[in-house]
Design a protein around this ligand. Structure first.
Ligand SMILES: [Zn+2]
Length: 331
């Protein structure tokens, strides 16, 4: 809750605006209830359209489309969304209450590419990786390492990439940035997201949707990148060869801290790729933002949230608490 009118990424009775920072499941909890009860659903234009793809119909009269850094006043509270590097369309939320009190909520983010929110009375931060050992020192190079694994894999056969929705779309854009131009083979759900991204000016290149004639041809060629949901990883070995070529499989996970890339078999890679700040980045965000007070999101942060809060208050001298506080950090 950010003041008495605006609530972000959760439902609360009697609030007039619900902000959706991005399309991940744990951030759209009870969204249908909010669509019914709240006056407005506020999000970036891209997020609002991606919600449709995910099956949420927001009536036009309730759509509050907020491009980054554009402010809107709601009963005296000023709401602004800022850019977050997480999944396409992701945003941070800033609310300035009528009494001048400023509250910021990062939502999910990683650095760089996320606006630091300054001059806040309270900053609410996502601290998924809030424990000191959860660092990925390679976070700056991982994009190019991943692109290399994919390019190299394509020389031997099709490449399948496994990740969560949102992350998949991000990886598609990343691969194009690094000059990977093989066609993408996707399911219908991802196909619809891609169409939305294209409508919003992103260039995703050649994408073919499973079940179409083009998909058959692409499969036959054996030169393509297939995207599949994270949960399909355990069924990867059931995929038949294409054009006599056995696929290379790449799993994206944020919970790999030993090394950036791990080859678990000649055709299977685990890549340490996350859309969340690691511990180091969390600390540097808070150090730079220097809010008067920090609230660590305990709903999504789990036990690490408590550790991060105590680290911030001890090391950075910024009062920090976990809310809601349900779990204690034990090591
Ligand atoms: Zn997320």
């Amino acid at each position: 809750m950010l003041g008495s009118n605006i609530v972000a990424d959760g439902h609360a009775h009697g609030f007039s605006v619900r902000v959706v920072t991005h399309i991940h499941q744990d951030h759209i909890v009870d969204l249908r209830k909010s669509i019914r009860e709240a006056s407005f659903i506020a999000a970036t234009p891209l997020t609002l359209d991606l919600l449709e793809v995910a099956g949420y119909r927001v009536p036009p009269s309730k759509r509050l489309t907020l491009p980054y850094s554009v402010s809107v006043s709601i009963d005296g509270d000023v709401l602004t969304l800022r850019r977050a590097n997480h999944v396409p369309g992701a945003a941070e939320t800033v609310v300035e209450l009528s009494n001048g009190y400023r509250i910021g909520y990062t939502g999910d983010f990683k650095l760089p590419g996320t606006d630091i929110l300054y001059e806040l009375d309270v900053l609410v931060i996502d601290a998924t990786y809030g424990a000191e050992e959860w660092v990925r020192p390679w976070q700056d190079e991982i994009d190019i390492l991943l692109a290399d694994v994919v390019q190299e894999g394509l020389m031997h056969g099709p490449v399948y990439i496994y990740g969560y929705y949102g992350k998949i779309e991000e990886i598609m854009l990343l691969l194009r940035r690094y000059g990977v131009d093989a066609p993408f083979l996707v399911n219908q759900r991802i196909g619809r997201s891609v169409a939305v991204l294209e409508r919003h000016g992103y260039r995703v290149g050649e994408v073919v949707v499973d079940g179409t004639r083009e998909a058959l041809e692409v499969r036959r060629s054996g030169w393509y990148i297939g995207f599949r949901h994270y949960s399909s990883w355990r069924r990867r070995r059931l995929l038949p060869p294409s054009n006599g070529l056995r696929p290379v499989h790449v799993l994206l996970t944020g919970w790999e801290f030993r090394e950036p890339l791990r080859r678990i078999s000649p055709r299977e890679w685990i890549v340490s790729f996350s859309d969340h700040a690691d511990f180091r980045q969390l600390v540097s965000y808070v150090e730079e933002a220097r809010p008067r007070m920090l609230i660590v999101d305990g709903y999504r942060g789990g036990r690490a949230a408590a550790y991060f809060a105590s680290y911030v208050s001890k090391r950075l001298g910024i009062p920090a608490v976990v809310q809601p506080s349900t779990e204690r950090w034990t090591k």
